[in-house]
Design a binder for this molecule. Structure first.
Ligand code: SF4
Length: 446
């Protein structure tokens, strides 16, 4: 049965405590930092989408220059604090650390990155100066990582930035779509304020493109427009029973945990989560941590094709989630309007699809899961009708841009999830930097 308030306050607090706690003392950070070999042509830096100079910021920690270390990180990635908590570092910087080649534990780069950035945010270190106003104005649609990253680069260059955000808070998926044990809403709010503290950036909340604001109006009022509104709604399963009570969207579920508080979020006894990406893992592990007795992740391919990392898979297993490979949802049945059963088609793998992953093929056999809640985490659908109505070229809802982040409309740029369909926060930050560079070039050189 779906119910709220399953656990005691102490149990909620324990279940949702920081999964990657910071160093307990400055000395423990120093011990970890001192293992770094300061590699020439460092592979850790090369594997970071924002190109953070990892050996440099670690060396600055060792020399006691924490402000310099935070500056090194933020210079490449203004959301370096949040990224230190949410990045899948095992497939990025830490996965590339040379210690792996020696069969030894890699440098804990994320934890080290968290150390100076957290201090900078908490103690409000003023590390960047805004250039004198240039009289140029840029509108950004979306206050997520990509929009904020672009805004910070533009503000540093003396451009006045106005961000239009459809939600009531900034931060995008970092604020709304990540598990609470990775990054808290309080931290997201502090990080946002830290980014805005440079000055010259205004956010207008609850302003939605296509509803309260339109591109034609923004193009008239600003020197350039950057579209960074991310990807949209949860992809529908398009199977019978999808509208029964107890079928919920993973992002809404994750958002409610972050905004309503743990006891207020209803969760079932037996939960099925459809999908195997990071959002699916975040939803499944949090369902368990809210008190669900059984959680099953349902994925139509195998472990070899799963979009989540090994570390995320292991977290789900450690939390007691079961994984059902080679199963695709076929129908949801219910009683009195509420979910009681999920029927899945048993799949097998065929030839690789255009992405290189082997395609699942229906064997014609089915299996049933007794469930009282189904969480949909099978990806998100781009805002196809929105971009169409605003006159933007796109491919299946993903905006089409050239190498300089330019859309088909002069003066309108785009980047991040609304172009690539959804990647990591760190990729969105880099997209924002690239777009800001292209916008500066456009507004000064045409
Ligand atoms: Fe340090 Fe590892 Fe990067 Fe080398 S690869 S610079 S050891 S963190």
């Amino acid at each position: 049965m779906i119910q709220k308030n399953r656990l005691t306050e102490a149990e909620y607090a324990a279940n949702f405590s920081d999964i990657h706690p910071p160093f307990e003392t400055p000395d423990s950070a120093l011990v970890a930092a001192n293992r770094c070999l300061y590699c020439y042509d460092a592979p850790c830096t090369k594997s970071c989408p924002t190109g953070i100079d990892v050996p440099k910021f670690i060396k600055q920690i060792v020399s006691g220059n924490l402000k310099g270390s935070a500056h090194t990180i933020f210079e490449s990635n203004i959301m370096g604090g949040g990224c230190s908590r949410v990045c899948p570092v095992e497939k990025l910087c830490e996965g590339a650390c040379v210690y792996n080649l020696m069969g030894e534990t890699p440098i804990p780069i994320a934890r080290l990155q968290r150390y100076p950035t957290e201090k900078a945010i908490t103690e409000k270190w003023h590390l960047f100066e805004k250039a004198a106003p240039t009289g140029k104005k840029v509108a950004i649609v979306g206050a997520g990582p990509s929009g904020l990253s672009a805004a910070h680069v533009l503000a540093r260059a003396g451009v006045e930035v106005t961000i239009f955000e459809k939600e009531a808070n900034g931060g995008g998926l970092m604020t709304y779509g990540v598990a609470a044990y990775k990054v808290t809403p309080e931290f997201c709010a502090e990080e946002l304020q830290y980014i805005l503290s440079i000055g010259g950036i205004t956010i207008q909340y609850e302003q939605e493109l296509g509803r309260t604001i339109h591109l034609t109006q923004l193009r008239q009022q600003y020197d350039a427009v950057y579209l960074a509104f991310g990807v949209g709604l949860a992809r529908r399963l398009d199977i019978p029973g999808e509208d029964l009570d107890g079928v919920v969207d993973a992002l809404k579920f994750i958002y409610s945990i972050r905004s309503d508080g743990y006891p207020a979020v209803p969760v079932g006894d037996k939960v099925a989560v459809i999908g195997m990406g990071m959002t699916a893992i975040d939803a499944a592990t949090q369902a368990r941590r809210l008190g669900a007795k059984e959680v099953t992740l349902v994925y139509r391919r195998t472990q070899a094709e799963m979009p989540c990392t090994e570390a995320e898979l292991n977290l789900a297993k450690t939390d007691g989630c079961r994984i059902l490979w080679l199963a695709a949802p076929k129908a949801i049945t219910g009683y009195n309007g509420c979910v009681t059963q999920l029927t899945c088609s048993e799949m097998e793998l065929g030839l690789p699809d255009p992405s290189g992953r082997r395609s699942p093929i229906d064997t014609g056999r089915t299996l049933e899961l007794e469930v009282d809640m189904v969480i949909k985490a099978a990806g998100q659908t781009p805002f196809e009708s929105l971009v169409e109505s605003e006159g933007l070229e796109h491919k299946n809802g993903r905006l089409t841009t050239n190498a300089g982040a330019k859309t088909n409309l002069p003066g309108v740029f785009a980047g991040g999830d609304n172009v690539n369909g959804g990647k990591e926060v760190v990729d969105a930050v880099q997209a924002g930097k690239d777009a800001a560079a292209a916008i500066l070039n456009f507004i000064y050189h045409g």
